[in-house]
Design a protein around this ligand. Structure first.
Ligand SMILES: Nc1nc2c(ncn2[C@@H]2O[C@H](COP(=O)(O)OP(=O)(O)OP(=O)(O)O)[C@@H](O)[C@H]2O)c(=O)[nH]1
Ligand SMILES: C=C(OP(=O)(O)O)C(=O)O
Length: 278
């Protein structure tokens, strides 16, 4: 059986207003560059997904529009009225026989194979994929002819479920990893981001204390190698090397102990400290 061909709708805000919670996340990098890189890397992965036939980018931003056109997407103007209006507008432009997937454009770690797997899982039903923390939505997909009825925004996972959409269960960390805050960016870097975002991370000199506020608990610790694994509060696991422990000034770590995590521009853990330490 041939793979169904999806139309993906991706709205992107004007770069000056987009991703406001990330402003200043990468010192020395203009905010609009970062906002553009996140969207461009998302789009790149979507275009590389074999299940996707068409991409509609809904935006009023000229730089996003140019990048999207160059990447082979169709660009349509933002109708105004916010994110859900933008999604409805894009979905209305899909052909009558086309299944539609509404995707947020802030998934710089997205892997085409994970998007393909999620689209396969939603075939024939109206389904959604929650973000990594669980309260938001990264993907809402409908079969041809079924209204999208998007309810994106705070608490959207609950709103989509209440509206009858099926929560899709699957191990798709790169799809669920939306980037709203500096700790999200660090988590995405840990998964591996696309080239545009990666180039900006690499441009930042020296170790950046991404998510100096990021916390987790010690899941494993091997005193002989001085390394182990942390369970972050968003449920992801993160290995830490001996040098991150050595930088802590601690003599040992106990299982279940609460720690604060500092990571470098590539997402590697550079220091594990106690939340009470300066
Ligand atoms: N075209 C369009 N896209 C939007 C609009 N609002 C949000 N988006 C996009 O929808 C996706 C998810 O939105 P949010 O995570 O809330 O992003 P944001 O509004 O840029 O970020 P914050 O300013 O931090 O809230 C992002 O790709 C945004 O660019 C809108 O009004 N129009
Ligand atoms: C747009 C959403 O929220 P966030 O700002 O968390 O990406 C959502 O999850 O529906």
């Amino acid at each position: 059986m041939p793979e169904p061909s999806w139309t993906v709708v991706m709205p992107v805000k004007r770069l000056g207003a987009a991703k406001s919670r990330l402003r200043g996340a990468l010192p020395g990098v203009p905010h609009e560059e970062l906002a553009l890189a996140l969207a461009a890397d998302t789009l790149r992965a979507v275009r590389a997904c074999p299940a996707v036939a068409r991409v509609l980018v809904v935006t009023d931003d000229p730089r996003v529009g140019a990048a999207a056109t160059a990447a082979g997407a169709r660009v349509v103007a933002d109708p105004g009225g916010g994110l859900n209006a933008a999604f409805r507008h894009g979905a209305a432009l899909a052909g009558p026989g086309e299944a539609v997937a509404a995707l947020t454009a802030d998934l710089p770690a997205l892997r085409p194979a994970e998007l393909a797997a999620a689209l396969r899982a939603t075939e024939g039903v109206r389904g959604f994929v929650a973000d990594a923390p669980g309260g938001g939505t990264v993907l809402l997909a409908v079969p041809a002819g079924v209204p999208l009825a998007p309810r994106f925004g705070p608490g959207s996972a609950g709103a989509h479920a209440a509206g009858g959409a099926l929560p899709l269960v699957g191990d798709w960390p790169s799809l669920r990893r939306d980037v709203d805050t500096p700790p999200d960016l660090a988590a995405a870097a840990g998964l591996g981001v696309g080239p545009r975002t990666g180039a900006l991370l690499a441009r930042v000199a020296g170790p950046v204390r991404y998510g100096a506020g990021m916390q987790g608990t010690v899941a494993t610790y091997d005193a002989s190698t001085r390394s182990g694994v942390l369970l972050l509060d968003d449920g992801t696991e993160l290995a830490f090397p001996a040098r991150a422990f050595d930088a802590s000034g601690l003599r040992l770590l106990r299982l279940g102990q609460r720690v604060r995590v500092e990571r470098d521009a590539a997402g590697e853990v550079v220091r594990v400290t106690l939340p009470t330490m300066a």
